[in-house]
Design a protein around this ligand. Sequence first.
Ligand SMILES: [Zn+2]
Length: 293
Amino acid sequence: MAKFQLKMATQLGEKIAADFGFTEFPIKPLEIAQKRGIRVEAKPSDVKGVSGAMIFANGNATIIYSRDLSNKGFENFSICHELGHYFLPGHPEEITKQGGTHFSRANFTESSSIELEADHFASGLLLPSGLTRKFLDSQQVGLEGILALADAAESSRTAAAIRAAECSNYPVAVIVSRDEQVAYAFLSEGFKQLGELAWLKKGTPLPSSLTRRFNANPANISQASKTCGETWLGDWFGGPKGIALDEEVLGLGSYGFTLTTLSSESRLSAPDEEEDEDAELEKSWTPKFAYGR
Ligand SMILES: [Zn+2]
């Protein structure tokens, strides 16, 4: 799937949020559905293995969403994913062609093009770039900031993590994994600038790391345990040696995956010139990437 198509899908999500008058978190997908006359229903719990569905029948659109994970953020994300199938060019036609009912597996783990497009639409809708950047500016770089973003935006944690990587000015990598393998990874522009890096595609084995040891115990994931430590850029991505990163790891509960963020530590430098205190203060708050540790 072409990268620009996913970018367009994200941007359309952002545009829909703005068109429906949302200027702050949280964006409310149910209100958008309501204003468009789209019915939204919870999925019967005996239908397993899908995050939701989009149904076009007799001129009506109906969204079904899953409450299986008992997670408001994930439910919101699923509804936004289905809205993607309503708003994205070509999706209603494609679904109608296939009989009018489309079952979804939302949250970036599917590789089919309409699923990925709908996931990107959903993340743009729930987490528009401007609001996301503004929010992250006041937060710590890394997992804590991402979790605060997910709470404020009422979004799934993985969507918040991905948008944090996409919108952050800092070096941030987000890796979602299961067992010993990468499911997917997103890198911020700042992270990509660290050097020539390997691509962590689906199925890449996790390096020997905190994340890999964490995943070896299934209770860590089901109980949503959290841990952190230090790792080396080279262990994950090759590239330049001697770059240390914070590795923060969170089990995603019944979703069954693990979220890892690799980010740089912001270092404060002590102001030494009193007469230029403001400039120094500004400088001291500019995170510097720590090389050679
Ligand atoms: Zn779908």
